[in-house]
Design a protein around this ligand. Structure first.
Ligand SMILES: Nc1ncnc2c1ncn2[C@@H]1O[C@H](COP(=O)(O)OP(=O)(O)OP(=O)(O)O)[C@@H](O)[C@H]1O
Length: 236
């Protein structure tokens, strides 16, 4: 087995002494497409933020073999953030291009390779036609797809996505799943929280069921048929 690109041990997230994520151990390896499922308030967002090196947590997380609280190069995290639009006085294409800028030299213009990566990511998520629109004017679903394209443009080794399908219509959600599957085929690992089990079945090969603690973790094809007895709230 290859070395995990992400390894968490004894991860705990607590807010004012109230435990939201309880002693989570997990590994994610290259090219894995992993769905994180659980009811509202199960701790999915808290876990993803902690895995990205953000938000309060204890326990250990190795990202690309490195520890540290700071976001690690090679890891792209897209939070749920319902309204990031006002934070970006840029066109959609410029927002996507910022994904591949070097944080240490952010003032440099994107080079040809970075512009090509941004254009390719926008094609994959079917948002190329939005390239010149002001990001602030986009609908919620359009803005989400542009932010996902921004993450793809970074050429990440690991994508951490918090409800990436939220607010997308069926066609856009399917396009996203196709883009994620292509990324995984190229070696990128994906861990995404997903509410719709049909979307999980359609693309994700492994499923983790979380309700503060990990209740189950295994191949989607084996786990989902049995999930009714394990976590009835998921199929209610
Ligand atoms: N910043 C915060 N301060 C205090 N409590 C928080 C904070 N963020 C989350 N919580 C609490 O932690 C628990 C887990 O929340 P979290 O958002 O991680 O769950 P989730 O599984 O992502 O939920 P959903 O599916 O509804 O988005 C909830 O009880 C929530 O109220």
């Amino acid at each position: 087995m290859s070395t995990p690109i992400l390894a968490a041990r004894g991860l705990v997230v607590a807010y004012s002494g109230r435990t939201a994520v309880d002693r989570v151990d997990l590994n994610v390896r290259h090219a894995e497409l992993v769905a994180l499922v659980g009811p509202n308030g199960a701790g999915k967002s808290s876990l993803l933020a902690a895995l990205a090196g953000l938000g309060p947590h204890t326990g250990s997380v190795l990202r690309c073999g490195c520890t540290g609280a700071q976001p690690t190069p090679g890891i792209a995290y897209v939070p749920q953030s319902p309204d990031l639009r006002t934070a970006f006085p840029l066109s959609a294409a410029q927002v996507v291009a910022t994904g591949s800028l070097d944080a240490r030299r952010w003032w440099r213009r994107p080079d040809a390779a970075q512009r090509a990566a941004a254009a390719d990511a926008m094609e994959r998520l079917d948002v190329a036609d939005l390239a010149h629109r002001p990001f602030a004017d986009l609908s919620g679903g359009q803005a989400r797809r542009v932010l996902l394209a921004r993450a793809l443009a970074q050429g990440p080794k690991l994508l951490l996505l918090d409800e990436p399908h939220a607010g997308l219509d069926v066609e856009a959600a399917t396009t996203l799943n196709t883009a994620l599957a292509a990324l995984a085929q190229a070696g990128t690992a994906v861990l995404a929280s997903v509410h719709d089990l049909d979307l999980v079945r359609g693309a994700f090969t492994r499923t983790i069921v979380l309700d503060r603690r990990i209740l189950a973790d295994g191949p989607t094809s084996e786990l989902l048929p049995a999930v009714g007895s394990l976590a009835p709230w998921l199929v209610a």
